[in-house]
Ligand binder design. Structure first.
Ligand code: AMP
Length: 299
């Protein structure tokens, strides 16, 4: 397998200034895999309840996403509820119902064990660690997390962090984890903790990628209508890692372009609620936006 994505498959209840949607399909691996599917054929490791819609499973299959690592358990699917303020960068988690995720013991299908790129999306860090011990010499391991785990299981988060190559995190999570207010110092501190690259997501301001020898800034595509910011971070990781899997290179040029594709994929997902924008998205729109971002920073 080229790219395997571990993360939640979920129902989300979302309220933004554009309205409220109850129990629409979301989840960290949903957003990440759909974004990556425009570059490669990713596999998902996750768990769903009996209530997860068949229609979404069909959509994943249509996008050539491998679902051998998804198990179906008795009980309801993971449910998350969040509310965004007028500033779409500010969100409040109202409810997290782990449901079938609570006792999830991820087991990797044999064909996933020899994976090139493994993405440990936002789930319990102990479950992320359970996956890590099952893979055989991946070329690149990336990780994401959220405040909930940094606050409740900091030692487990640090244990996983030690073993990964790329850490995707937003400014708030980085500051919480390092107790540093300066992002560059925080990035250096994080690199001492394990990863070789830190992908710092800065919402509407784009992202900063830090490596041992370089810092690369990528803009967010200027969007007038941010309908639902949910999944932007996962779509960023999906575009980033999907592109790296496509070009089969991890050199600095590939990492820079991957960050731009990540930013492009994030900019699409926020244009509509949930995963709806992925349903109409075409490869030519992705290339067009990639070129727009290139022009924006050329001088
Ligand atoms: P993002 O907006 O990229 O941070 O990702 C949002 C997605 O993460 C939503 O679709 C949620 O279903 C999912 N999510 C939120 N909290 C958790 C959690 N504690 N564990 C797993 N997935 C979560």
């Amino acid at each position: 397998m080229g790219l395997v994505i571990v993360g939640s498959l979920a129902f989300d209840t979302i309220e933004t200034s554009y309205g409220r949607r109850e129990r629409i399909v979301g989840g960290s691996s949903t957003y990440c895999a759909l974004a990556a599917s425009f570059f490669t054929q990713p596999g998902i490791v996750s768990v769903i309840g009996e209530d997860f819609p068949e229609e979404t499973i069909d959509f994943f299959k249509k996008r050539n996403i491998d679902l051998e690592g998804v198990s179906k358990e008795a009980g309801p699917t993971f449910h998350w509820e969040a509310r965004y303020g007028l500033d779409p960068n500010q969100r409040k988690t109202i409810k997290t119902e782990l449901n079938v995720f609570e006792n999830f013991k991820p087991v990797l299908p044999t064909k996933y064990k020899k994976v090139d790129i493994l993405f440990l999306g936002n789930i319990d860090p102990d479950q992320q660690d359970d996956i890590l011990v099952q893979v055989e010499h991946p070329k690149l391991v990336a990780m994401d997390t959220i405040n909930l785990w940094i606050n409740t299981k900091p030692e487990s988060v640090l244990k996983v962090l030690e073993k990964v190559d790329i850490f995707f995190a937003n400014e708030e999570e980085i500051k919480l984890l390092t107790k540093q207010t300066n992002l560059i110092k925080a990035g250096k501190r994080l690199m001492e903790m394990g990863p070789s690259f830190i992908a710092m997501k800065k919402g509407e301001h784009g992202a900063l990628i830090m490596g041992q020898e370089f810092v690369f800034g990528v803009m967010a595509h200027p969007c007038e209508e941010v309908v639902d910011p949910t999944g932007a971070g996962d779509a960023f990781a999906g575009g980033f890692l999907g592109y790296l899997d496509k070009v089969k290179s991890f050199d600095q040029e590939a990492i820079r372009k991957a960050a731009v594709y990540g930013s492009v994929m994030a900019s699409f997902v926020i244009e509509d609620f949930g995963i709806d924008r992925f349903k109409s998205l075409s490869p030519s729109e992705i290339e067009e936006r990639y070129n727009t971002l290139k022009k924006l920073v050329s001088f």
